[in-house]
Ligand binder design. Structure first.
Ligand code: PLP
Length: 429
């Protein structure tokens, strides 16, 4: 039987860090990554046969649980009809209609193949449509890995680089020139803009520096400030879209941006992203307008079929279920820490749950970093992993309970957390 260790060693020889996305390498928690052989519902099984209750769920790309029978049947049927044509297909139209039908203000969209591509293209649209250069982003928000957005990013980027609030690149190979027009600001504070700003990009609920909710008035303030100077407001809903609510962050938070970006959930586990706006704004995109953007595999039939199958499962009832699950999870974790005397905060926003150690609830990247620097997360992570519960292998990620997580799974998680918290309090892990 092949082992995690053997695969990791083989991986290290042929891929940098043994992985195809950095956070998977366990660098910030230590240890050997589990190589997943299969997943069903809320559970994954690694190549050694160990089974884990999974709260990673592909960082939110999987919202109905792994290998959902309806999604798999849809993908199989689509695959038999051909996987890519380089010509339009009905699935693209249906997925776009479904998305547009759910979100007030979203009139047109363009499908791409990742969240990174969506945000990168949306910024080009914003600059092309306004004729302005500057973009404003928030420290600790992650918008994928395109050059202009790799300044003070969240998620796996944080591990390797020291974030300041100046526009220094987060990555080698990103030139000062490519982020010269990127202005970074602290999350949850409305910056004062001027007429050089094309677009303000924000995670409406921040989920790449742990889970941080927008303060009352923050998004409304951004909306007003953008209106004041004629800048566009862009919601990066790659995590929030079709997860927070039936109508995404726009419905959940009652603020309407000018541009939306999506990814993760809408691909049903296959590579998809999308960006969209009003028909007027989208008319700047080629072939109608001068803003160029294209993709060989954009809107490919497998991905659109999977995305549609998932959106069909995401009924209003499904969102109540997700929220109930997340609430029970957050309550269980909170009780586990407080009973053991471990200082921790367990924020929840709709169906998203985070864990911050320490007594203060973080509101921005600085306070999130202060919590992470307590060094508790790796202990909690490994304690839970030993108990058969897989959390993201990084302290700046969040928990993604899915529709497949049942009440007994949540109860088991809370029991495991209670035992891990006691051992953390004793200092035995
Ligand atoms: C994951 C993520 C992205 C990038 O999406 P990829 O599909 O990984 O390129 C962008 N924005 C947010 C908010 C994300 O969470």
């Amino acid at each position: 039987m092949t082992s995690n260790h053997d695969l990791y060693q083989r991986g290290l020889r042929v891929m940098p860090g043994g992985v195809n996305s950095p956070v998977r390498a366990f660098r910030s928690v230590g240890g050997t990554p589990n190589f997943i052989a299969e997943g069903h519902g809320a559970y994954v099984t690694d190549v050694e046969g160990a089974v884990f209750l999974d709260y990673v769920q592909s960082y939110g790309a999987s919202i109905v649980g792994h290998a959902h029978p309806k999604v798999i049947a849809t993908i199989e049927a689509a695959a038999k009809r051909g996987t890519t044509f380089g010509a339009p297909t009905e699935g693209e139209v249906r997925l776009a209609e479904t998305m547009v039908g759910r979100i007030d203000g979203l009139e047109q969209l363009r499908l791409v193949s990742s969240g990174t591509e969506a945000t990168m293209s949306a910024i080009r649209l914003a600059r092309g449509a306004t004729g302005r250069n500057k973009i404003v982003k928030f420290v600790g928000n992650y918008h994928g890995h395109s050059d202009a957005l790799l300044a003070s990013s969240g998620s796996g980027v944080i591990e390797g680089f020291d974030l300041g609030e100046t526009s220094t690149p987060d990555s080698a190979g990103v030139t000062p020139g490519s982020i010269a027009d990127t202005v970074v600001a602290p999350y949850n504070v409305v910056p004062t803009l001027d007429e050089t700003v094309a677009v303000v990009v924000v995670e409406p609920v921040a989920a790449n520096m742990g889970l941080i909710a927008p303060r009352d008035g923050f998004l409304e303030g951004l909306r007003d400030e953008c209106n004041r100077v004629g800048a566009l407001l862009m919601f990066d809903e790659v995590i929030c879209g079709f997860r927070l609510a039936f109508g995404g962050a726009t419905e959940f938070l009652s603020v309407t941006p000018d541009i939306w970006c999506f990814g993760k959930v809408i691909g049903g586990g296959l590579p998809v992203g999308a960006y969209g706006a009003s028909t007027e704004l989208m008319s700047h995109i080629s072939p109608l307008g001068p803003v160029y953007q294209a993709g060989t595999l954009s809107g490919n039939p497998l991905a659109t079929a999977a995305g549609l199958a998932v959106l069909e499962l995401l009924t209003p009832d499904a969102y109540s279920q997700l929220e109930d699950t997340a609430e029970a999870l957050a309550d269980g974790l909170h009780r586990a820490f407080s009973d053991a005397g471990i200082e921790a905060r367990v924020p929840r926003v709709g169906p998203l749950v985070g864990v911050f150690f320490g007594s203060d609830l973080p509101v921005d990247f600085e306070s999130a970093r202060a919590s992470v620097s307590l060094g508790r997360y790796p202990q909690f992570f490994h304690g839970m992993l030993d108990a058969g519960i897989a959390l993201a292998p990084g302290p700046y990620e969040v928990m993604f309970p899915s529709l497949a997580h049942r009440p007994e799974d949540i109860a088991r998680t809370a029991e495991a957390a209670a035992q891990v918290a006691v051992r953390m309090a004793e200092g035995s892990i």
